[in-house]
Every structure is written in structure tokens, then in C-alpha cells.
Design a protein around this ligand. Structure first.
Ligand code: HGY
Ligand code: MN
Ligand code: MN
Length: 421
């Protein structure tokens, strides 16, 4: 896999690959599904168990562990004399999709822990602290929106404004957060987010490019833009047997007509626009009662902000046109502009991969990440590794152990270079 030249860094000396894989396998057991996937949704007891496991490993490694008001984890190594320098940070998320895999998010947290711990154990000379982070609720699959922990860190979101958000079972975010924080009573809570010098996130590609080109490392130059909306269609319940169709205000027929019309309106022959309706809930949900309320989600993605803006206008027009006798409204729940990562960090990732003798290419991320949030204010970058058939957000998500180890070594070498300036 690697053809390091003499005097160059080596994958097997930068990190402990066995420890990385062993921790990933142990973590995957928390929220394990019978089909081999993972269901460890944000702020569930499984999420709390994962946080405690990671904090335990960090403390065993002698790292300083802290949390904050939204449950982000900060696991820091401060070299002698570097106390007042802003840290170089690396991390991702521990929460998963309901039918997710063992690597989305978890890989970035465990690779960051491995990199920070190895830099400490190797006694690497650094002029900055290095810190591994786990951001709360990146996925947004249980509590909308996603990237909550990283957004809170940047003051893009306050806990007060989301405390009453409910999950599909009606559980309040504020209540679930209280239980999560109570699960680690001995963790110091940071009152204020602290500035950082830069951030690098490791992640599986969640797409097919690296595997198809038989490459080991993706040097990520940016992340495409993303918007989440919730459409609510309101009609009237009626008896399914006695109510003539001409008198109905059928929210189900209006909403299904909208979804098809939206797919047609946003059709992109170049297949760059990503339009997804992932959740569609009809109430009251009785077979013999006309639905009076349907809510459905839209996940819209594209690398160009103007296209996102024009597509959002098309969505507004189409929803209004197809509402018929019903009322319809659109709530914009999340909006992340396309991001170009910091050139210096991108070049550092590229040269670390090259010095480690790893085949790599530059690319843009189709998936969203916490690094795209942090990049609104701080220099950021990402390291990708291939995943099998590009599959993610699916129980069969998987990757080669050698690639996972190589990606963590590139991360460690990148952090070393950025924290040695
Ligand atoms: O939705 C995303 O792109 C990320 O995987 N949560
Ligand atoms: Mn992820
Ligand atoms: Mn994900």
C-alpha cells in the first residue's frame, strides 16, 4: 500500500493501526443493528454510551476531556509551552443515521483520537495543542437540523431556539440533551467556545470515486452547498366512503402531486442537482379517513449557490401551484453555502499523503460535514478514504482496514505539520 522513501514518515510509525481498528469495531457495537449496520442516533442512550466510551479512552491516554452546553466532546493534548496557543483540531461525529453504517462520523472521531494520542505518545515536538472533537447531532436524522454541535460552536444556533424541537416520537430536544449531559457528570463543561487555529476532519468518501480510481486518499478541496426544507400541506379530514372527491381538501393527493412536480421541475440532465424527499408523514394516517396534514422533507444540494437559490424559488412556485384546495407552507430548516477549504491545509494534506507514498487525488465532497460549518470562520480541510462501492447511510457501509489506517496516518502527519508552525 505504501512505498515510503527513506527519511520520510511512515504509516506504521505515525499511529497504532491495530488500536484504531479495534476501537472502531468496539464503537460499532454500540447501537449495532442485526443487519450489520448501526443505529446510534443523536442524544439517545447509545449516543451517550459512545461518548462515555470515547472519553474513557481519551482519559486513559492522558488527554484532557471536556464538553460544552450542547454535548460536544473536546479531547486535548497540550505540549509543554503551548498552553496559550490556539489548538489544531480534528474530529467528526458519533451519531449515526437510523439505518447507518459503522464508519460515517465514527471514523473521523476515532482517527482524530488516534492521531492526537499518537502525537502525545511519540513525544512529537509541537508548538500548539492538538484536540480531538466529537460534534453533537451532525446527522439531523432525529432532531432537525443537522450539524447542531458545530453550528452551536460558531454561535449559528442557540440551545434556547432548538430546545422545543421534537423528534418523530415527540421527544423534546431539551429533554434529550439534559439526559445526555447528565450521563457524564464528571466532565468539565466549557462555558465559551474557544478559538482554534484550524481543523481537519477525516471521513469516508461516501461516494464511489476513490475506490473506482483505486486511490487511498481524497484531498478534499471543498463541500457542495446544502438546503433542508420541510413542506407542510394542510387540508381537512373527511370520511373516505361518503365524501365526494370534489368536496375534499385531500392533503395526501396534494402532497404527492407536489413531490412528483418538484422532481420534474428540478430534473438536471447533468445529474448535479441532488433533490431528495427522505421523510413523508401523513396524518391522521387512518386508511378510511382523508389525510388533513402531510409533512415532507426536502434535501437539496449543489456546488453552486446560485443554482440552490434558483431551485429554492422553483420549489416555492411548484408547492403553491400544486396546493389546490389545500394550504401549504415551506420552512427552511438548514442552509449551508458551498465551501472552499483553506489552501494551506489542502496543500498540507496533499503533501502528507505524497510523503507517505499514498495514491491520492483532489476532490469536492458531495456529503455535508461539520468541517463545512467550521470553514465559515476557521481554516479547514478534510481527508477522505475510500468506502466499498461508495455506499453510506446504509447498513452495509464498509471500508478496507488498510485504507482506514492510512487515512489516520495522513491525518496525524497533517496535524503534526499544522501544529508545528
Ligand atoms: O447528509 C450528509 O451529507 C451527512 O452525511 N450527514
Ligand atoms: Mn458524516
Ligand atoms: Mn452522514
Amino acid at each position: 500500500l505504501t512505498t515510503p522513501s527513506p527519511g520520510k514518515p511512515r504509516v506504521d510509525t505515525l499511529i497504532d493501526g491495530e488500536r484504531l481498528i479495534s476501537r472502531l469495531r468496539t464503537l460499532a457495537r454500540i447501537g449495532a443493528r442485526a443487519d450489520g449496520g448501526v443505529n446510534r442516533q443523536a442524544l439517545t442512550p447509545e449516543d451517550a454510551a459512545a461518548r462515555k466510551l470515547v472519553v474513557g479512552w481519551a482519559r486513559e491516554a492522558g488527554l484532557a476531556a471536556e464538553t460544552d452546553a450542547i454535548g460536544n466532546l473536546y479531547l486535548r493534548h497540550t505540549p509543554a509551552g503551548a498552553d496559550n496557543a490556539e489548538p489544531i483540531v480534528s474530529g467528526s461525529h458519533l451519531d449515526s443515521q437510523p439505518a447507518g453504517g459503522w464508519l460515517d462520523g465514527a471514523y473521523g472521531v476515532i482517527a482524530a483520537l488516534e492521531a492526537v494520542q499518537s502525537l502525545k505518545e511519540n513525544g512529537t515536538a509541537l508548538s500548539r495543542p492538538v484536540e480531538a472533537v466529537a460534534w453533537t447531532n451532525e446527522e439531523g436524522s432525529r432532531f432537525i437540523p443537522g450539524v447542531m454541535g458545530s453550528s452551536f460552536y460558531l454561535d449559528r444556533l442557540s440551545i434556547g431556539e432548538i430546545a422545543d424541537k421534537q423528534d418523530p416520537d415527540g421527544v423534546r430536544f431539551g429533554e434529550a440533551l439534559g439526559e445526555l449531559l447528565a450521563s457524564t457528570p464528571d466532565l468539565p463543561v466549557r462555558e465559551q467556545p474557544r478559538p482554534i487555529a484550524g481543523l481537519v476532519e477525516a471521513h469516508i468518501e461516501q461516494g464511489p470515486i476513490l475506490e473506482a480510481e483505486r486511490l487511498t486518499i481524497g484531498v478534499v478541496e471543498g463541500v457542495q452547498g446544502m438546503r433542508w426544507m420541510e413542506i407542510t400541506v394542510r387540508g381537512r379530514t373527511d370520511h373516505a366512503g361518503t365524501t365526494p372527491l370534489r368536496q375534499r381538501r385531500d392533503a395526501m393527493l396534494a402532497a404527492t402531486a407536489m413531490v412528483q412536480a418538484l422532481a420534474d421541475a428540478l430534473h438536471d440532465p447533468d445529474d448535479i442537482i441532488r433533490f431528495t424527499v427522505g421523510r413523508f408523514i401523513a396524518r391522521p394516517g387512518a386508511p378510511n379517513t382523508v389525510a388533513d396534514e402531510v409533512t415532507f422533507t426536502i434535501d437539496l444540494r449543489h456546488p453552486d449557490e446560485d443554482v440552490l437559490e434558483r431551485s429554492t424559488e422553483k420549489i416555492r412556485r411548484t408547492v403553491a401551484e400544486k396546493a389546490g384546495a389545500c394550504d401549504a407552507d415551506i420552512e427552511l430548516q438548514e442552509s449551508l453555502k458551498p465551501v472552499r477549504f483553506d489552501q494551506r491545509i489542502v496543500e498540507t494534506v496533499a503533501s502528507a499523503a505524497s510523503d507517505l507514498g499514498l495514491p491520492a487525488r483532489r476532490m469536492v465532497s458531495g456529503a455535508g460535514h461539520d468541517a463545512a460549518v467550521l470553514a465559515q470562520r476557521y481554516p479547514c480541510g478534510m481527508v477522505f478514504v475510500p468506502c466499498h462501492k461508495g455506499i453510506s447511510h446504509h447498513p452495509s457501509e464498509d471500508a478496507d482496514e488498510a485504507d482506514l489506517i492510512a487515512g489516520a496516518a495522513v491525518l496525524a502527519e497533517t496535524l503534526r505539520r499544522l501544529a508545528s508552525d
